[in-house]
Design a protein. Structure first.
Length: 202
């Protein structure tokens, strides 16, 4: 099987298969964190495009962070109860849907649903519980190191992708700012689900 072949290749190089899963999880959190910051980048262009007030968009972003705070405590519990893969699928699907619908929004309630609700849910259910769950699931040693690396990916997403999203918005149209998050979440979703399922079956 592919997973076994990959495991053998990594073993020959002295790398445990668990580090490959941590690598995928790292990039998943990068795109998740950048998606949560995307509304802040899109705020001014949306205000100019629709003539809304900054208060309206700020309320939507505030709703996003409220939902993140509400969903975060339940994320880890759902990971343990439903399984890590199902939560990753739910988070990535919410992220892709939230960013995709944002690009086509033209009313305030559209943004409340796409930005506020879906993006908040996508980031909230992963939260800080995801690194701990990955470390516990795949590692018997160096769990603290893994949690630290995955926690750092949240800041890495802000540093790496947010400036790129801002460049896209500045040079093209604000709708195109959702492309990095949608693309990255889709790729990470496929990689995570594919490799974890193969590893479990193997």
């Amino acid at each position: 099987m592919i997973a076994l072949k990959l495991e053998r290749v990594l073993a020959e190089k002295g790398i445990h298969y668990a580090w490959f899963m941590a690598f995928i999880s790292f990039f998943l959190l990068i795109f998740s964190s950048s998606a949560a910051s995307t509304p802040a980048v899109l705020m001014l262009p949306i205000i100019k495009a629709f003539g809304w007030s900054i208060t309206d968009i700020s309320a939507i972003i505030g709703a996003l962070f409220i939902i993140v705070a509400v969903a975060a405590p339940f994320g880890t519990a759902f990971m343990l109860r439903l399984g890590l893969t199902k939560i990753v699928v739910t988070s990535c699907a919410s992220l892709i849907a939230g960013l995709g619908l944002t690009a086509f929004a033209f009313k305030k309630w559209h943004l409340f649903f796409s930005m506020g609700t879906l993006l908040g849910l996508a980031s909230g259910i992963l939260g800080l519980g995801f690194p701990a769950t990955v470390a516990t699931r795949w590692f018997a040693e160096k769990r603290g190191l893994v949690i630290g690396i995955l926690a750092a990916s949240w800041a890495a997403g802000q540093i790496m992708l947010v400036p790129f999203i801002a460049w896209i918005v500045s040079n093209f149209d604000w709708q195109y700012g959702v492309i990095p998050g949608v693309t990255g979440a889709g790729v990470c979703l496929l990689l995570f689900v594919f490799w974890e399922e193969l590893a479990i079956k193997s």
